[in-house]
Write a protein that binds this ligand. Structure first.
Ligand code: EPU
Length: 474
């Protein structure tokens, strides 16, 4: 981030070269802020389900069909990796439909796979399916947002429990399972989304029964379980975060329409609130967003759930969604804590914090999922916000970061008048919060590195235009 008054170029923060400076200069959005967002947009299948359902297609012995796939970078990365492993991926008849034919799954060279190094975290989920299909796997260096160390120790520990050998080399991970994979009993030290998915994608075809304790149960995970069940898997979700998987020797293809993206929906809701606007998010689903909706209402935002009405007798019907708006007057401060499902999602906090800068009083956000997910608040402060970050666990129960010296609690004092600034996007969700701040601020901001937002928000520039935002490319 650089404040509007500073003359430090983006290259100083990233410690890189003129080439990056040029790239960032090209990749900039000019945002004329101060106009409420008004209108209607639609969200498609959840990024954090779609990419995993694509990996699951590798396990089938017949083609799979996935609908409502957003055109985002993570999907392109997984599509590329599937293609390298012999899965034929083609566009279906419907817009957003992808068809996967895994008839000829084959090995790819490390050089080919490494083209995707550093581009996404999804490649780690190829382990189980590739071990089942080929007996070996190579996983490149992972990418994803820099929001903490993001280790993969739970993944590797679980894979070893299944009987895989893991060889960490400088170019990436080499895995093999010469004797096949066998079901196991495993308890996660923390309910990690990715590690739960790793276990699911491996256990469904491992020999025998797997019992996973302290599993994550996010709606995207339940939807992945639905996908795997459609393929022929036997998976029981017990109370207390215990998942039991009975391995089967064979799975077939699936046809699936994913749950909508609740992170994107909440991001647009927060944008409506921060800009004092009114945005209808078609596709948004109340059941997956209950915790967000409670906080949205506590802050003073209004929403209305519009249920799906099928067309009949001349009535064209209506697509379901949620309308979010700022009802006027002042917003109220809140205390919230991010947590695993059914708690307040960590990916919801960055967009909402921009709206909290407009709330009267002191709001508290305690981030308990990632240890370094509040760095973006510096950029908001450079725009006039008043946010302090602390190492203590504020406003809630002590979390595992409390005694480990991470600034993971934020106190937001408001309301603050936001003014324009030049910003560099640090990661996906923080990037969207920068964008919202620029839209809410008075004046013209330059948001650099905006292409990062395409990793997780389909057509966000077109959606901004639909909502009446005044943005332009230089
Ligand atoms: N963790 C470990 N070891 C592991 C795995 C995780 O210590 O082996 C820790 C992480 O460091 C973190 C916590 O466990 O502190 C939770 O991480 P988790 O594994 O649940 O996250 P993830 O699977 O890497 C997914 C989403 C994230 C989302 C989190 C939490 C995808 C591709 N990513 O990440 O989404 O924030 O779950 O809900 O599904 C995003 O979409 O921008 C994004 C970051």
């Amino acid at each position: 981030m650089r404040g509007s008054g500073e003359h430090r170029g983006p290259h100083h923060q990233h410690g890189s070269t003129d080439a990056l400076e040029v790239a960032l200069t090209d990749d900039v959005l000019i945002v004329h802020g101060g106009t409420p967002l008004e209108g209607r947009i639609r969200v498609r299948g959840a990024k954090n389900l779609v990419s995993k359902a694509m990996v699951a297609a590798l396990l089938g012995d017949s083609p799979s069909r996935l609908f409502d796939v957003p055109k985002i970078r993570d999907v392109e990365v997984v599509r590329g990796l599937l293609g390298l492993h012999g899965v034929k991926v083609s566009d279906g008849e419907e817009d957003g439909e992808l068809v996967f034919d895994p008839a000829n799954v084959e090995s790819a060279s490390t050089d080919q796979i490494n083209v995707h190094a550093g581009s996404s975290r999804i490649p780690i989920l190829f382990c189980g399916p590739l071990l089942h299909r080929l007996g070996h796997a190579f996983i490149p260096d992972l990418g994803g947002c820099h929001i903490g160390p993001r280790p993969i120790d739970f993944h590797l520990q679980a894979l070893r429990e299944f009987g895989a050998t893991v060889d960490k080399r400088p170019e990436g991970l080499h895995l093999s399972a010469p004797n096949g994979l066998r079901g196991t009993k495993f308890a996660l030290p923390y309910p990690s989304v990715g590690a739960t998915e790793q276990v699911l994608l491996t256990a469904v075809m491992a020999e025998g029964v797997t019992e996973l304790r302290n599993a994550a149960v996010e709606p995207e995970i339940i939807d992945l379980i639905c996908v795997l069940q459609k393929m022929g898997a036997i998976i029981k979700v017990h109370t207390d975060r215990v998942i039991e998987i009975q391995g089967v020797p064979k799975l077939h293809g699936y046809t699936h329409r994913p749950i909508p993206d609740r992170i994107e929906a909440a991001s647009w809701a927060a944008a409506a609130l921060a800009t004092r606007g009114h945005v209808e998010v078609l596709g948004a689903q109340q059941a997956d967003m209950m915790t967000f909706l409670n906080i949205f209402r506590s802050v003073g935002g209004e929403y209305e759930v519009t249920d799906l009405r099928p067309p009949r007798h001349g009535d064209p019907g209506q697509e379901g969604g949620i309308r979010f708006w700022h009802p006027g007057g002042e917003l109220k401060s809140v205390a919230l804590e991010t947590d695993v499902h059914p708690g307040f999602m960590t990916d919801w906090q960055q967009p909402l914090v921009v709206a909290l800068t407009q709330a009267r009083g002191l709001s508290i956000v305690h981030e308990t999922v990632y240890e370094q997910r509040l760095g973006y608040t510096e950029a908001l402060n450079s725009m006039g916000a008043n946010i302090q970050v602390y190492r203590d666990c504020l406003g809630g129960t002590p979390c595992r970061f409390g005694r480990r010296n991470f600034k993971h609690s934020a106190v937001i004092a408001g309301p603050s008048k936001l003014h324009a600034a030049d910003l560099v996007i640090p990661d996906l969700r923080a990037g969207f919060s920068h964008l919202i701040a620029a839209l809410a601020a008075e004046g013209t901001s330059r948001v650099y590195g905006v292409d990062l937002i395409n990793r997780g928000y389909e057509d966000f520039e077109a959606k901004l235009a639909d909502l009446g935002a005044h943005v332009e490319r230089p």
